[in-house]
Design a protein around this ligand. Structure first.
Ligand code: PAF
Length: 275
């Protein structure tokens, strides 16, 4: 496994491999967990597997959140080694910074909803880094998890618009035995609060069942919000939305899901469930 920090080395690596092999890219911000491993494992072993590890400051609207983001490079490298990754791209801030131009970006309307409304600049930061990674690696496949569903739609938009040969592979959210969606942010939550974290998916699943049995959406949503409140879990949004456009819905249709962002121990967690 090679670890590369510079763009020059990336270019020669790609030049050497590209003619014979397909390239699979797994963009990450490190602190790799089983969710990331699932992305890595999903890439064909015949392809060159590249994992990028870069905590992208541009996508953090809160500087403290950026500074306290868990950084575990040594562990990440051994996770990659154990999972047959061929190349790690771990650039330093400056390598990336000078290559991101500041043209006006075409962010689709759906990036203004949910996390877009609550985290100004977040999706622009994601857009800039991901487009840059697609440009330098020219991957054939790129892997992203459905937990960040809104991000996934943005990435599909970038691929469809600018990289028509690139296939985006979406991977189901990986959950632990308590159905908690794996996230690097969980490492910031105290063990005493894990009972609360479990509630997120339990409440989403109960909402799904109620909606499927025909209960009114507004009533279901209100009673779930009360449940979160009673458990001292501040909710940022809890929405029923179209899986295609992310437009808000007031009743279920054939392609929709419930999306949530909430805070536990002041840590912002997101999750979603398809209906
Ligand atoms: O999902 C993430 O970890 C990040 O948003 C990504 C896609 C690696 C861009 O920094």
């Amino acid at each position: 496994m090679k670890v590369i920090n510079s763009l020059k080395d990336i270019r020669s690596f790609i030049k050497n491999h590209k003619p014979n092999k397909k390239i699979s890219l797994i963009p990450t911000m490190g602190n790799l967990h089983s969710g990331h491993v699932e992305l890595i494992k999903s890439a064909p072993s015949s392809s060159v597997k590249i994992v990028s590890i870069y905590v992208n400051e541009l996508q953090f609207n809160d500087r403290n959140d950026y500074l306290s983001y868990p950084r575990t490079l040594e562990d990440d490298l051994s996770v990659c080694e154990d999972n047959n990754v061929d190349l790690i791209f771990n650039p330093d801030h400056l390598v990336i910074g000078e290559h991101l131009d500041s043209n006006k970006y075409d962010l689709p309307k759906f990036t203004t909803y949910m996390c877009g409304a609550k985290r100004p600049g977040h999706f622009l930061g994601v857009y800039r880094i991901v487009k840059f990674l697609f440009e330098i690696f020219e991957p054939n496949y790129a892997y992203f998890g459905k937990k960040d569903f809104q991000q996934l739609l943005l990435i599909k938009y970038i691929a469809n618009t600018y990289f028509p040969k690139l296939k985006i592979i979406d991977i189901d959210t990986v959950r632990n035995c308590n159905n908690v969606a794996l996230s690097s942010r969980l490492s910031k939550i105290s063990s005493g609060s894990f009972g609360k974290v479990k509630l997120i998916f339990q409440i989403l699943q109960a909402m799904k069942k109620k909606l499927q049995s025909g209960l009114d959406y507004n009533f279901t949503r209100e009673s779930s919000l009360i449940e979160f409140k009673n458990n001292n879990i501040p909710v940022e949004y809890l929405d029923l939305r179209s899986l295609d456009t992310l437009k808000e819905l007031v009743k279920v249709n054939s392609k929709c899901g419930i999306f949530i962002a909430c805070y536990i121990d002041n840590v912002r967690l997101i999750d979603n469930i398809e209906i």
